[in-house]
Each structure stands twice: as structure tokens, then as C-alpha cells.
Design a protein around this ligand. Sequence first.
Ligand code: HEM
Length: 150
Amino acid sequence: MNESVIPPRAPASREPGLFERVGGRAVVERVVSEFYDRVEADEELRRVFPVDLAEGREKQALFLEQWLGGEPRYSERFGHPRLRMRHFPFVIDERAAGLWLRHMGEAFRAAGVAEREMQEVFAGLGPLAKHMVNAGDEVPREPLGETFLQ
Ligand code: HEM
């Protein structure tokens, strides 16, 4: 077998992706922890979230890792993210989206993520948060339990 047809790919010379550059899983977990601390302390945004934050917290960490280019751990467990649809049971207006973004920004900063990476992350999260706004839309609001979530 002629191995020279396989392009050389030295792992050490591979450009690190965004997930590695923000600091990998440990930093993502710190971001999520900082984010949820802020949600808990924010009376207004807290009302949008369910009483028990544990499940959302875990899912957020799995999703963020995947979204940043780490392992696809969210989809392995829960399938396609279908983010907008999964948010239908929660009434999200422009204001909530703004608060979400502000807290997420502070969470990334508190976790020590550098400015360059912050800009890349929020170039993506900004539009994504706007896309999640559904307060004026006629969408099914009833929580459909696990069948909906998976
Ligand atoms: C715009 C404002 C947003 C609000 C107010 C909001 C709120 C929520 C709430 C209330 C939940 C349910 C948590 C739970 O079941 O415990 C949730 C779940 C989730 N959110 Fe958001 N969210 C927003 C934007 C985003 C954005 C931009 C992303 C993408 C990074 C995101 C990612 C997720 C994920 C991955 C879940 C778990 C979904 C599931 O598997 O059920 N959210 N969000």
C-alpha cells in the first residue's frame, strides 16, 4: 500500500479551533456556571427559566462545547439541537434575549476568555440569541416533556 497518498497531517501543526482557543471543556464548564449564577441573580430573566435549572445547565455545557467545535456531545445525547423549537415553551422577548447575551458575555469574560475569541464567539451568539426571540409568534407553548426535548 502506498501511504504517500495520505496527506501528511501532523497533529502538532493543526490550527487550534475556537473550542481549544477558548480553553476547552474546563472553560466551557466555567462559562456555564458563571452564566447560570447570573441568571439566578437576575429576577427578570430567572422568571423565564424553569424552577429546576440543573438539566438546562448540563445541556447548555454539552451544546456550547459542540457549537464551539468540540465534541458533538449534545447531539449524541439529544439529537439535532433544533434550538428555536426547543425554546418555544419559554416566552422570549427582545429584552430577555438582551439579558441572556449580556450575562453570557460576562460569563465568558469571567471565565478568562480573551478578547479575540470573545469577538468570534459573540459574532455567532448575537444573531443566534435574536433568532430565539418568539414572544410575538404563534408557536406551540406547551411543554411536551421528554418527547419534545429529545
Ligand atoms: C435569547 C435568549 C434565551 C433565553 C431567554 C433562553 C432560555 C432558555 C430556557 C428557559 C431554556 C430551558 C432550560 C431548561 O430546560 O432547564 C433553555 C434551554 C436551552 N438553551 Fe436557551 N435561551 C436563550 C438563548 C439561547 C441561545 C442563543 C442558545 C445557544 C447558544 C441557547 C441554548 C440553549 C440550549 C442548548 C438549551 C437546552 C435545550 C434542550 O435540549 O432542551 N439558548 N434556554
